[in-house]
Design a protein. Structure first.
Length: 295
């Protein structure tokens, strides 16, 4: 298939590369020249602009940082939606407000363009390996059109419901992830403050009732997992500011539906403090630095 792919960051670039490796014709674009160069070096065609990716495209996929970027790309002055041919399928894998996804889907339907919100979980490792989890909102028939492509980028594909449902599922997941990472960090910091070996403690908790994804795949303590961002100076991975954004989306949604999320609110405030301390670009597991004993 001919695919337009817009957004080549830590997640988007490997996703586009996996589609390219699967034999699809990918025309990609990002505002960052280095990001474009990275995928170009691996054989992906890079277009001169976002609009230029649309030539002959059957599917448009976007992976952008926030709601404002998605709205600007598709709905702003000179937005892509007005240039996308009717019958085209749009898959937006950005993590944004459900209301924005619903707005885009409504505008797309008015032009005969099907829109799916399909945010992902699995981190950069999952993006590279093609094992992401997709949480999809939109029509079931449109998901079936998208499925052959999603299967080249992910191992788990869930239909969460109508437009915006994928985003709601994603913010619920990431709110829990943020809370779990803070709790895991506190437990490891407490144990090491008492002289325990973090590798031994991690394995004890992983195999006990405290086991969770952070202990299994993404340990926040440097040196415990060689492949984890914690062992690479907290570089790459999923940035603190991105987690802060997602926790903010969860709190906005909770307020809108009058849901009680006290731990989600506390997690958001702790990540905000960590970001204000100058760590916003570090992987979100660096939040352990808030609770580690110094010296």
């Amino acid at each position: 298939m001919k695919i337009a792919f817009i957004g080549l960051g830590n997640m988007g670039a490997p996703m586009a590369l996996n589609l390219h490796k699967a034999g699809h014709s990918v025309s990609a674009f990002d505002l960052s020249a280095p990001a474009c160069d990275k995928v170009r070096e691996q054989g992906v065609t890079v277009a001169a602009s976002a609009a230029a990716t649309l030539a002959g495209a059957e599917v448009v996929i976007s992976m952008l940082p926030a709601s404002r970027h998605v709205e600007a790309l598709y709905l702003g002055e000179g937005g892509l939606l007005a240039q996308i041919a009717p019958g085209t399928l749009v898959i937006d894998s950005s993590t944004i407000a459900a209301a924005t996804s619903q707005k885009l889907a409504t505008a797309g339907a008015a032009r005969g363009v099907a829109v799916l919100d399909a945010p992902v979980s699995g981190g950069t490792g999952g993006a590279i390996a093609g094992t992401l989890t997709f949480m999809v909102g939109g029509a079931a028939a449109d998901l079936e059109r998208a499925r052959p492509l999603l299967e080249k980028m992910g191992a788990n594909i869930f239909h969460a419901g109508a437009a915006g449902a994928g985003q709601t599922a994603k913010i619920c997941n990431n709110m829990l992830l943020g809370i779990l990472m803070i709790g895991t960090s506190e437990a490891l910091a407490l144990g090491t403050a008492n002289g325990l070996d973090p590798k031994v403690l991690s394995e004890i908790m992983r195999r006990s009732s405290g086991g969770n994804w952070a202990l299994e795949k993404y340990n926040p303590m440097p040196g415990v997992m060689d492949a984890a961002p914690a062992s690479k100076g907290y570089a790459g991975g999923f940035g603190t500011d991105l987690m802060l954004k997602d926790l903010g989306l969860a709190q906005e949604n909770a307020s809108a539906v009058n849901a009680a999320t006290p731990l989600g609110g506390l997690a958001r405030n702790l990540y905000a403090a960590h970001s204000l301390a100058g760590h916003g670009a570090l992987d979100f597991s660096s939040v352990i630095q808030l609770v580690q004993k110094k010296g």
